[in-house]
Design a protein around this ligand. Structure first.
Ligand SMILES: NC(=O)C1=CN([C@@H]2O[C@H](COP(=O)(O)OP(=O)(O)OC[C@H]3O[C@@H](n4cnc5c(N)ncnc54)[C@H](O)[C@@H]3O)[C@@H](O)[C@H]2O)C=CC1
Ligand SMILES: O=C(CO)COP(=O)(O)O
Length: 333
């Protein structure tokens, strides 16, 4: 039994705590709100996020981050990408020196255009070899229902990725090993923006041809950006790439797809923001991904047009027309 900590008890943090426990580990789950930690301790249920999931006895909860990470060999981070730096400023000194630090986040930081592993290294003062990224088609509600899924566990350290994969292997969760941290993070962040675009198209009443075209061309721009940043092109054909793109773009459980869908039906941005309570990473990351793409001179037309809707108030129908009338080009270019 390995002592593990999960910092963040939203959808994915709570579901990942269950994975670790079902894989045989002892888990301490940190909640920002004390009443959530108290509820989990008393009832083993996190009713605000995953009311159907009964957490195993080996999951305990606390709102004290120092207590959560004490003695942990694995520390899993599961908070919104845009708050991670602030969270780490609070937790950094308490993070155990030898532990593997696992990132579940799928976003790019606004302002710095940093990937999450870069934020963890900087703000948490963690050596890159200790950072492990877990990503794949992993809609939290399906995992909580123990439906089988796979993910890639990526790190520059073979020892760290093997350790994290080992402790995360549950009967319904199959980890694969990977060495491409950059590609895994870029794939996870960009797919949220493509899901916003697919959602918009669906909300406008478009069918499967439009969805498949956006998904395929979205994958092309993701891979193009990743390659310019040094990623392995194969990563985009794997679980963090095509796998997660398909799950997120096609599932009504995806918050990014749902957000886009609402915009596509004609709701205004302010109206959609007002009814969206949970983390929707693509909304902010579209801007930072665009900044990242410009810094390496890579065209990301779908991301650019989603950003135009979300940040400049353009109408989904107008950006769809803009995408359809771009200059003709070779498919592989
Ligand atoms: N939900 C899912 O199916 C999956 C989510 N992810 C990624 O995991 C990360 C976390 O997502 P979820 O757990 O779904 O989000 P969520 O919105 O369900 O939960 C976020 C958690 O972070 C906590 N938190 C801590 N500090 C915060 C702050 N300063 N501001 C706001 N919240 C703060 C919240 O209290 C909450 O418990 C995201 O990057 C997401 O893309 C990845 C795979 C699957
Ligand atoms: O990353 C996810 C599934 O792998 C979750 O997607 P959403 O954040 O759009 O719900």
């Amino acid at each position: 039994m390995t002592r593990t900590a999960v910092l963040g008890s939203g959808n994915w943090g709570t579901a990942y705590a269950a994975i670790l426990a079902d894989a045989g580990q002892e888990v301490c789950l940190w909640s920002r709100r004390r009443e959530v930690a108290d509820e989990i301790s008393a009832t083993h249920v996190n009713s605000a996020y995953l009311p159907e999931l009964m957490l195993p006895e080996s999951v305990t909860a606390t709102s004290d981050p120092e207590r959560a990470v004490e003695g942990a060999e694995i520390v899993v981070l599961a908070v919104p990408s845009q708050s991670l730096r602030d969270n780490l400023a609070q937790w950094g000194p308490a993070l155990p020196r030898d532990a593997a630090i696992v990132s579940l986040m799928k976003g790019i930081e606004l302002g710095t255009a940093s990937r999450m592993s870069q934020v963890i290294a900087e703000a948490g003062k963690v050596e890159l070899e200790r950072i492990v990224v877990v990503s794949g088609p992993n809609l939290a509600k399906e995992i909580a229902a123990k439906q089988p899924a796979a993910a890639v566990v990526a790190s520059s350290s073979a020892r760290m990725r093997a350790k994290v994969a080992e402790v995360s292997a549950a009967p319904y969760f199959r980890p694969y090993l990977g060495g491409d941290v950059v590609g895994t993070e870029i794939a996870g962040a960009v797919k949220n923006v493509i899901a916003l675009a697919v959602g918009m198209a669906s909300g406008m009443g478009m069918g499967e041809n439009t969805m498949a075209s956006l998904l395929t061309r979205g994958l092309a721009e993701t891979a193009r950006l990743g390659a310019a940043l040094g990623a392995d092109p194969q990563t985009f054909l794997g679980l963090a790439g095509v796998g997660d793109l398909v799950a997120t773009c096609t599932s009504p459980l995806s918050r990014n797809r749902t957000f886009g869908y609402k915009l596509g039906t004609g709701m205004t941005l302010a109206e959609v923001v007002a009814v969206t309570k949970q983390t929707t990473e693509g909304v902010k990351s579209c801007e930072s991904i665009l900044q990242l793409a410009r810094s390496v001179n890579v065209e990301v037309p779908i991301v650019e047009n989603v950003a135009a809707v979300v940040h400049e108030g353009r109408k989904p129908i107008d950006v769809l027309e803009a995408l359809m009338s771009r200059a003709r080009k070779h498919e592989a270019s």
